[in-house]
Write a protein that binds this ligand. Sequence first.
Ligand SMILES: Cc1ncc(COP(=O)(O)O)c(C=O)c1O
Length: 366
Amino acid sequence: MIVPVVNASTPVSEIETPVLLLDAALLESNINKMAEYARTQGVFLRPHAKTHKCTVIAHAQLRAGAIGITCAKISEAEIMGYAGIKDILIANQVVDPGKIERLVSLQNYCDVKVAVDSIKNAEDISLAAHRRGQVVKVIIERDIGMKRCGTRTLDETLRLAGAVSRLPGLELAGLMGYEGHTVFLTPRETRLENCSQAIEILAETRDAMEKAGFSTEIVSSGGTGTYDITGGYKAVTELQVGSYATMDWRYRETGLGFDLALSVLATVISRPDRQTAVIDVGMKGVTSEFGLPVVKGIEGAEVVSLSEEHGKLELSADALNLAVGDRVELIPSHGCTTFNLYNWVHVCREGLLEGVWPVAARGALY
Ligand SMILES: Cc1ncc(COP(=O)(O)O)c(C=O)c1O
C-alpha cells in the first residue's frame, strides 16, 4: 500500500490529487445530529460502517453515543472488531463454511451478531459454534418490501425463529428488516407512506415473535433517507443508518438536513479549448452509480463524462477562468461506492489538512 506523504496543516489547495477529502467539522456535525436524534427519540444507534469502512470514523460515532457498529461482511466486522469495536451486527448472511468459522472466532474479540434468513444457514452456524463450545447471537432478517434477503412471510419467520431457538450454539437476539426500497423516494410524503408500510411489517413481525415467546431484544432497521420515520416506531430498537455521516448528492436531493462532508479533490490537467477542462480523476476515483459527480462551488462547471483516469468538464460563466493546475472538488452521487475506491481519506478543517485516516476495510468484500 502506498502511504501518502503529507504534512498536517497543508492547505487543501496544495494536496496532491486525486484524493478523497473529508471535512472534519461537517462530519462531526452529521455524526452529532444523528446521535442527538437517536437520543431524543429514545432509539439506539448502530451506524453502518459500509459507508466509510474507516475505524477512526466508527470510533467517532461510538464516542457520540452509538451502541455499536453495523457491518456488511465478515471481513468488515473483523477489521472493526480487531480495532476495538465491541458490539457489531453483520446485517447480512454469512454462509461459507470458512466464513462461519471466522464468525465464531470473532466472538473471542467482540460481541458480534449476524442476520440469518434460512434454517440451513442457522444450522451451519449452530454446528460450527457448538463444536467449538461457543454461542453466536443471531437475528432473523425479515423482508419488509425490498425483496432482497429476508424471510418473505410471517409463518416462515416464526418457523426460523423456532429453529434458531432450539439449535445449540445459537442465541436468538431479535430481528432486522431494511426498508431500502423507500429511502430515496420523494417527495417526503411518498417516502413516509412507503416507509411506514415497510416498518409496519417489521412491527407486526416483532409482535408475533414476542407473542410466540421469542426474543426481540434487537429490532434493527433504518436508512439515512428514512431515519426519522423508522426511528419513530416504538417497535424499532436501533437504527442501522450509514450515509448520513458523510453524505452525497443523491441523498442531499431528497432534502435531508445532513451536510456534504465528502468530496473528491482533483486537479485541472488540461484546458484544450475555451469550454473544456480535463481533470485527473475518472471512474477509478469517483463513482457514477447514481449519476455523474457534481462540481462544488464553481458556477458553470459541469462534469459531462468520466473515463478511467480523466474527467471532462464543460465550462461556462465563472468556470471559464479555470486554469491548468487549479483544484476542483467533486461531490459524488454515492458516498459508499466512492469511499471504497481509496486507501486513505484526507481529513481537513477550515481549509487545512488535519490528518490522513486509513480506509481500513477497503476491499473487505469477502
Ligand atoms: C442492510 C442495510 N442496512 C442499512 C443501510 C443504510 O444505509 P444508508 O443509511 O446509507 O441508506 C443499507 C444500505 O445499503 C443496507 O444495505
